[in-house]
Write a protein that binds this ligand. Structure first.
Ligand code: FAD
Length: 361
């Protein structure tokens, strides 16, 4: 029995099958195709149709200073700027984010230490950032570099970019199994419509990654973590940027629409109405629960799986924020054979034996 390799070996060939056209798989397919790989991208449904469609989609690269994902998050914003330049029409907006917690640090209390990319602003500055606040908080964390995307539009643009670089894209094409050869190597993906051979199979299927890997004897420690996305009808210009409080993460997505990630639709609606002037008529349109792919220790799981040569896993949270940077780094590993130090803390091997009778993580 071998243990998981911590790093990928040299690429056995640059033909890849990427399973999953959510924001993670779409980005990997785009970057790999752009780097010269022969890419086949397979999805059971449409691009961005998984939990990506129900994401709040904040590119929240600020305020995280610990964990394997921290370095990746610091780079996330810059990598989206690069992607914008490469892919005209990418639906990204740069508004900054304003965060406060009324209970924990209101007027008169001392402000917390700002994290990377954040600064502390006073009530007057917070009010300038969000002019419709009824009452500005005493202190807020302002992250000027943060932004947000239309997550489905971004996945679609990445898939279109992959096609422009020669990728073959099969949507509505569920993978039923990863095929192995007699030596146990992953050699491609089986769908109802046929077999797609590859030197490397990349599993970027979100929460479904676990079930796709299980028949290979590989246990991917990722769980479905529910989170609720709310859609509101709202007046134009009510909210300027991303606003995050103890009751909601909130942003305006069009002239008459707000979206929010929140635990309670009722509490969030009441809080929106009481937080902003002119919000009395805001109405809840929908509440949808999405299943976020959440690694057991919270950090991304990205890399080769030593027990099954030719198998590479890419599953992470928060994948919208990380998609641009991770897509580029994964492509460097799989296409150029570079071992990316920035992914060192994300390796499957950190869970001990990753599969085949290995201990529970
Ligand atoms: C309410 C809410 C708010 C969120 N807010 C943020 C945020 O602000 N910022 C952030 O970064 N993240 C946020 N997230 C998390 C983010 O949405 C996810 O991390 C991200 O969408 C995961 O992308 P993915 O590509 O890994 O998964 P998915 O989008 O689920 O994509 C997986 C794809 O694999 C396909 N697939 C599955 N099985 C198969 C198969 N057998 N064969 C072929 N294809 C298959 C699916 O059809 C799907 O398209 C939020 C999530 C929720 C629910």
């Amino acid at each position: 029995m071998t243990t998981s390799r911590e790093v990928p070996g040299p690429p056995a060939g640059t033909d890849l099958v990427v399973v999953g056209a959510g924001i993670a798989g779409a980005s990997i397919a785009y970057h790999a195709a752009r780097a010269g790989a022969s890419v086949t991208l397979l999805d059971a449904g449409r691009a961005g149709g998984g939990v990506t469609a129900d994401s709040f989609a904040w590119i929240g690269s600020s305020g995280v200073s610990t964990g394997a994902g921290a370095g990746l998050r610091v780079a996330a914003t810059e990598e989206y700027h690069r992607l914008e330049a490469e892919l005209p029409g990418l639906p990204v907006t740069w508004s900054g984010s304003l965060r406060w917690s009324a209970g924990a640090w209101g007027a008169g209390e001392s402000a917390p230490e700002p994290g990377p990319g954040q600064e502390i602003v006073d009530a007057a500055t917070a009010a300038r950032r969000e002019p419709n606040l009824r009452q500005a908080p005493g202190w807020a964390l302002w992250a000027p570099g943060d932004g947000a995307v239309d997550p489905v539009g971004t996945a679609e643009r990445l898939v279109a970019g992959a096609r422009e670089h020669g990728a073959r894209v099969h949507l509505g094409s569920p993978v039923v199994a990863v095929r192995q050869d007699g030596a146990g190597r992953a050699v491609g993906a089986e769908t109802a419509a046929g077999f797609h051979p590859a030197a490397t199979v990349v599993l970027a299927a979100g929460t479904a990654t676990k079930a796709l890997a299980a028949p290979l004897g590989v246990r991917v420690p990722v769980e479905a973590s529910p989170a609720t996305l709310l859609r509101f009808r709202a007046p134009a210009g009510l909210v300027r940027g991303v606003v995050s409080t103890q009751d909601f993460d909130l942003r305006q997505v069009s002239a008459d629409r707000l979206i929010a990630a929140a635990d309670s639709p009722e509490r969030a609606l009441a809080a929106v109405r009481s937080t902003f002037r002119g919000a009395e008529g805001v109405e809840l349109i929908s509440a949808r629960v999405g299943a976020r792919p959440m690694p057991a220790d919270g950090d991304p799981i990205i890399g080769s799986v030593g027990e099954v040569p030719g198998l590479y896993v890419a599953v992470m949270h928060p994948a919208v924020t990380l998609a641009a940077v991770v897509g580029r780094l994964v492509a460097r590993e799989l296409v150029d054979g570079v071992v990316e130090a920035a992914l060192a803390g994300c390796r499957p091997g950190r869970f001990g034996r990753f599969g085949r009778g290995g201990p529970e993580a």
